[in-house]
Design a protein around this ligand. Structure first.
Ligand SMILES: Nc1ncnc2c1ncn2[C@@H]1O[C@H](COP(=O)(O)OP(=O)(O)OP(=O)(O)O)[C@@H](O)[C@H]1O
Ligand SMILES: [Zn+2]
Length: 709
């Protein structure tokens, strides 16, 4: 069976960003490899390969031969089982850590020998340099054999061997030690970011109290099955996603939404694994197995997102591909030109050329972007701002216009019936027939009508065959008395159903900010139902903050123009109303021509609009739809979260540029200093290792960044 298989390998030891390119190049040279993507920040490789042509073992052996270590996540157990990746142990237990220790110790010994017996000192330094150099040279050779001759390791090997050759062994030893130290540090930012998100899973309790007919079992939370009922006492964390079967309590959902404000939960409400039950006892019916819990999926999504490369990261990777050979060529010129053309001293210029090689090392530059993005995504996830990749994050940071859907986004999405105006039927008949038709619709207006009919204990008639909905217009179904349609006044007047008197009533209701639907049977107008939705509590403040960020805000709605104008005026936002679904897409397209646009919707009936925008953001407290549909999701129901998303994305972008400037600036300064002979070799490596430290520290700052201020 010839099967192209896609699988993932966890890879340990990828700290310098160019490692990814090196592995990808080597993989593409293997037979049967269709697709490969390596993520340094997430520490894994996704590969699609025909396993008849190249086996999984060969692939692993190949990756290992390049100087990394592979772990098979499918062998390591499910993702939530403390599969904390390679870097969880203390640093000195890792291969890189041990190398740093060994190389540092040898360096110290050599230094001691130099103090006591200066004439012997050269040799201990050579040993110290070679020991730390062996793994580097091995990786350089493996890279060269697999299609990446110009790697960071090549730069390093040439520089160190060259230094030993010209009798500068002490400097060579310090340089390889600092290089090893830099490599150890390079993973720190990404690891901190990864650990920050993983910690969320740690909030799920390990055990649960499962209710049985005759008592309570204490079971592992991972063993809970859908349908089990568990007891959650005050102070306990919810062990798995579920719905409240019994009891009332305030629950803190901070692990999901990032907002530690108690939410009242009653029978029927959903609760999420990891949230804390504050005051009452709850019986919760489990609806998700451990691996499908919302919080586990969020962590998984963030890890995937950290793995996908942002455009800037791709650019820098491509850049470093020609950068390294160019740097080597430049170093060669530095060595050759002054002695040959100006008769300068060879020893001096070889020394300076080698320093140029070290300065040219691109590690700091290569990690500048992924380190910042990993931190930014992680920081967001812990505040209920879920961004599904570096590309979405970059777009969010550049957005010019923010468009909002009205229902369920700017408003609470729970409209209430406020007036029923009967024409050719009783109030009860209008509501009951409308409710019957709306049963086949998922529209919030429909839900409100059904709720009102039920509140009045009306008998809702039966329908024959399903209903048919015309999105943005109406929904229709057949009752025993005939075809009943519930729809927008505009649709009704197109159908010639609206009398002048009715149209006047509609206009009057609409200018009070209400949404009116027309209920008709055949060609007979039965009546009108007016509904009203409330703006979200923080809608006004949230929009103001967006405008203070220099963004244009606009509300796009299918609702009537009068009601839209009333709400828009209240919130202070531009509006476009009576947009049929296709017209919404056109409007988004038009804004998009002027610059990147973000569309915010509830993800339920506006998925096409979210997809049409430069970046789609779904808002809806941890619902599945919100999680799956868009490029980003707000896990808290707040308009203010949109501004936080933009602020966080902008901060991440500027963090990236600070990193790039730090890396390039430091290199530039060292380059000048070296050419005029002011920098010794061992200091030249600081141009890269030092920059790596600065870049890492700067990226980590994002983890503590608070976008709500
Ligand atoms: N199931 C339905 N029942 C009654 N009226 C409907 C239904 N579906 C659509 N309509 C009518 O069409 C209009 C536009 O609907 P549409 O779904 O496009 O917008 P919306 O969801 O109400 O508002 P927004 O676009 O802000 O989310 C509604 O205001 C209503 O008058
Ligand atoms: Zn480097």
């Amino acid at each position: 069976m010839a099967a192209a298989n896609a699988f993932k390998l966890q890879i340990e030891g990828m700290d310098c960003g160019s490692c990814a390119a090196k592995i990808e190049t080597a993989m593409r040279r293997l037979p049967g490899v269709a697709d490969v993507e390596v993520s340094v920040s997430a520490g894994f490789m996704s590969i699609t390969v025909d396993e008849d042509r190249t086996s999984r073992e060969t692939i692993k052996a190949k990756v290992d031969s390049l100087g990394f270590k592979t772990l098979d996540p499918s062998l390591a157990g499910p993702a939530d089982e403390h599969n904390h990746g390679a870097h969880d142990g203390v640093w000195w237990t890792s291969a890189k850590g041990r190398l740093v220790l060994a190389s540092g110790a040898l360096l110290a010994v050599a230094w001691g020998v130099a103090l006591l017996e200066p004439q012997w000192a050269q040799w201990p330094y050579v040993v110290a340099a070679l020991v730390a150099l062996v793994p580097v040279v091995r990786r350089a050779v493996a890279g060269a054999l697999n299609g990446t001759p110009f790697s960071i390791e090549t730069l390093m090997s040439v520089a160190a061997v060259g230094a030993i050759a010209i009798g500068e062994a002490p400097e060579a030893a310090v340089v390889v030690f600092l290089f090893a130290l830099g490599e150890l540090l390079e993973g720190v930012a990404a690891n901190r970011a990864r650990a920050g998100v993983k910690a969320l899973v740690g909030l799920i309790p390990r055990t649960a109290r499962r209710l049985r007919a005759d008592g309570i079992d204490e079971v592992a939370a991972s063993e809970l099955a859908v349908g089990d009922v568990v007891l959650v006492r005050p102070g306990d964390r919810v062990p798995s996603d579920g719905t409240v079967a019994e009891g009332t309590s305030e629950v803190n959902e901070a692990p999901i939404t990032g907002e530690s404000r108690p939410v009242l939960k009653e029978a029927g409400a959903s609760v999420y694994a990891g949230s804390i039950n504050a005051d009452g006892e709850l019986h919760v019916t489990i609806t998700k197995a451990a691996a499908d819990n919302t919080i586990a999926r969020i962590v998984h999504m963030v890890e995937e997102a950290q793995g996908s490369k942002a455009p800037t990261a791709r650019f820098i990777e491509r850049f470093s591909r020609w950068y390294t050979p160019a740097a080597m060529a430049f170093a060669l010129l530095v060595i050759l030109v002054p002695p040959l053309l100006a008769g300068a001293d060879w020893q001096t210029w070889i020394y300076r050329g080698l320093a140029v090689l070290l300065i040219a090392c691109p590690c700091a530059l290569v990690i500048s972007t992924p380190a910042a993005i990993a931190s930014g995504l992680s920081s967001g996830a812990r505040r209920g701002l879920l961004i599904k990749g570096g590309a979405a994050l970059e777009t969010l940071g550049r957005v010019k216009t923010v468009a909002f859907d009205k229902t369920g986004t700017l408003t609470e999405g729970r409209p209430k019936v406020v007036d029923v105006v009967p024409f050719d039927a009783s109030v009860e008949a209008v509501l009951a027939k409308a409710a019957a038709v709306e049963r086949s619709s998922s529209h919030p207006l429909g839900a409100a009508i059904i709720e009102e009919a039920e509140r009045l204990s009306l008998e809702i008639p039966r329908t024959f065959g399903g209903g048919t909905a015309t999105p943005g217009k109406a929904v229709k179904a057949r009752l025993s008395s005939g075809f009943v349609s519930v729809g927008s006044p505009r649709h009704a007047s197109e159908e010639g159903l609206l009398t002048d008197a009715a149209a006047e009533r509609v206009a009057a209701l609409e200018s009070e900010g209400k949404t009116v639907v027309v209920v008709s049977e055949g060609k007979r107008l039965l009546g009108l139902v007016a509904l009203k939705d409330r703006p979200r509590e923080d809608a006004k403040a949230g929009l103001e903050r967006l405008r203070s960020l220099g963004l244009r805000t606009v509300m796009l709605t299918g609702d009537n123009a009068r009601a839209a104008a009333v709400i828009a005026a209240e919130l202070g936002i531009e509006q476009r109303a009576e947009l049929l679904p296709a017209a919404k897409l056109d409007a988004i397209g038009a804004y998009r021509n002027e610059g990147p646009i973000a569309m915010i919707g509830d993800g339920v009936n506006d998925a096409p609009a979210l997809a049409a925008a430069s970046v789609g953001v779904a808002m809806g407290g941890g619902t599945d739809v919100a999680l799956e549909t868009a490029d980003a999701a707000l896990l808290k129901d707040s308009v203010g979260g949109v501004a936080e998303l933009v602020v966080l994305s902008r901060a991440t972008l500027s963090n990236i540029w600070t990193n790039v400037a730090l890396a390039l600036g430091l290199k530039g300064a060292f380059l000048v200093a070296t050419l005029v002979g002011a920098t010794p070799l061992w200091m030249a490596i600081l141009a890269d290792t030092g920059a790596t430290v600065l870049v890492t520290a700067n990226a980590i700052r994002l983890l503590r960044f608070d976008p709500s201020r």
